[in-house]
Design a protein around this ligand. Structure first.
Ligand SMILES: Cc1cc2nc3c(=O)[nH]c(=O)nc-3n(C[C@H](O)[C@H](O)[C@H](O)COP(=O)(O)OP(=O)(O)OC[C@H]3O[C@@H](n4cnc5c(N)ncnc54)[C@H](O)[C@@H]3O)c2cc1C
Length: 442
């Protein structure tokens, strides 16, 4: 590709998975215009997934989670600003300017929002006791890692992936762990009953207490040394009156996309910054990618409208599309979504999106903790949750990407390798029209 200046200076707000990938792709595609990447965290851009896994366990150091070195940015002539937050952004015709908390004024002609999401706050009496934590960013994780060794009892509020990962680490370190989930099953928003039931049993087998349909009355603790100041947390009280002792409470109840700047620009926002398949926002010129963006997804079947996906894969793939769009090239999001979660020795890999499924097939040995749940819609394979089954995961992901399927009866037969059962698909009309748009990524 020949180098090109395809427009004026580019400003990317949000320096994490999506922002860094966007800057990288711009340079890879030959963009020569000045690029500024700004993030409000004091740290060099880093990966979040290890924070709830190896980092809090104490197995990793800062360099292990850093995405790129300062030299990497310098070599590509990408100006990286950390520890400063964009507070206002204005656009008049081609010219735009963003101002920061630190007093910078950053001029741009092209703008990308990769502002991610913030931890959803729990509105409950007692969340201000010392020892009540969230886990979204590096500061939270550094804090938790420091606290962990002295902690004996942990209550995790929220049985989603992050809560369960924290619970698994804590249990692995010998802590007494309770997970409180308000819904009737774990990770119910994302996986089928079968996968939820497996994780419930697996965590219980490892000694974690899991309470489903949990109704929390309040978080309780000691009075502080100063009048009116909160002291240490001592537990979580359920509406039944039971108090579950805790010297650490970790809250993981989801995230809220950061759309403040999109609001300022008057962009369409609906549970995320609304973008089209090219990652273009409603003004036709700003792009957005990653956790902050909500877009039509060709793999989201049975859902009307837009989908927001919180995963590294999604952040990276959307960022690549957004970069191409900023350079005036034709691009559309086409890659099969995938995700992973590590909980003790259980590696979950999810291929595709299971929205709108009408049938599931369980393949493998659930009791041996090696199995896959395959999701079908109108007889066609659309997704799979694979537990300690990396080959099955790759097979399903590749089949979906190629528009192929695995008949349900064949999928259940473990005497035949899954790969051998992949066949051409004859999709139902709604599946066909949605997937017809899905081919290889740009
Ligand atoms: C603990 C944890 C574990 C996870 N584990 C997994 C996993 O196992 N697998 C997986 O696929 N995904 C996982 N995820 C999700 C994944 O990390 C996110 O989907 C991904 O980080 C999204 O990247 P992003 O760049 O869109 O947003 P973010 O990572 O949220 O980055 C956005 C950045 O923009 C900054 N920002 C926002 N507004 C401004 C502003 N006005 N000015 C300057 N900077 C701003 C934010 O501070 C942040 O640094 C995990 C997330 C967490 C928190």
């Amino acid at each position: 590709m020949s180098p090109a200046v395809t427009g004026g200076p580019i400003l990317i707000v949000g320096a994490c998975q999506a922002g860094v990938q966007l800057a990288a792709t711009l340079r890879e595609r030959g963009e020569l215009a000045p690029i500024t990447l700004i993030g409000d965290e004091a740290h060099r851009p880093y990966q979040r997934p290890p924070l709830s896994k190896g980092w809090i366990k104490g197995e990793l150091e800062a360099d292990d989670v850093i995405l790129r070195t300062r030299e990497w940015f310098a070599d590509r002539d990408i100006e990286l600003i950390t520890g400063d937050r964009v507070v206002t952004v204005h656009r008049t015709g081609e010219a735009g300017v963003a101002t920061t908390e630190g007093g910078r004024a950053l001029a741009f002609e092209r703008l990308a929002l990769t502002t991610g999401a913030a931890a959803r706050r729990l509105l409950l009496e007692g969340t201000d006791y010392q020892g009540v934590r969230y886990l979204r960013d590096a500061d939270d994780a550094i804090d938790l890692r420091g606290i962990f060794p002295a902690v004996e009892s942990i209550v995790v509020i929220g049985g989603g992936f992050i809560g369960l990962e924290v619970a698994a680490v804590a249990r692995g370190l010998g802590k007494s762990v309770t997970v409180l989930e308000a819904a009737p099953r774990l990770v119910g928003r994302v996986v089928a009953e079968e996968t939820s039931a497996f994780y419930l049993a697996a965590h219980r087998r490892r000694g974690t207490r899991v309470v489903l349909d949990a109704r929390i009355a309040c978080i309780v603790g000691e009075d502080g040394h100063v009048a009116g100041e909160r002291g240490r947390v001592t537990g979580v009280q359920l509406e039944s009156g039971e108090v579950i002792p805790a010297d650490l409470v970790v809250i993981g109840i989801g995230v809220v996309p950061r759309t403040e700047l999109a609001d300022q620009l008057g962009l369409e926002v609906a549970a995320g910054i609304v973008v089209d398949e090219a990652c273009r926002a409603s003004d036709g010129r700003t792009v957005a990618a990653g956790d902050c963006a909500i877009m039509p997804n060709p793999y989201a079947l049975g859902v009307a409208g837009l989908v927001r996906i919180e995963s590294v894969n999604n952040a990276l793939e959307q960022a690549k599309i957004a970069a191409a769009t900023l350079m005036g090239e034709e691009a559309a999001y086409r890659s099969v979504p995938w995700f992973w979660s590590d909980q003790s020795d259980l590696k979950l890999q999810i291929a595709g999106l299971s929205t709108g499924y009408d049938d599931v097939v369980v393949r493998g040995d659930v009791d041996a903790e090696k199995f896959a749940v395959l999701y079908y819609r109108a007889g066609r394979l659309i997704a799979a949750d694979c537990v300690n089954q990396p080959v099955e995961f790759l097979t399903v992901r590749s089949a979906i990407a190629k528009g192929l399927t695995i008949p349900a009866a064949a999928a259940a037969d473990t005497s035949v390798p899954l790969k051998q059962s992949v066949v051409d698909a004859a999709p139902a009309p709604d599946v066909a029209s949605s997937l017809a748009r899905a081919s290889e990524p740009v």
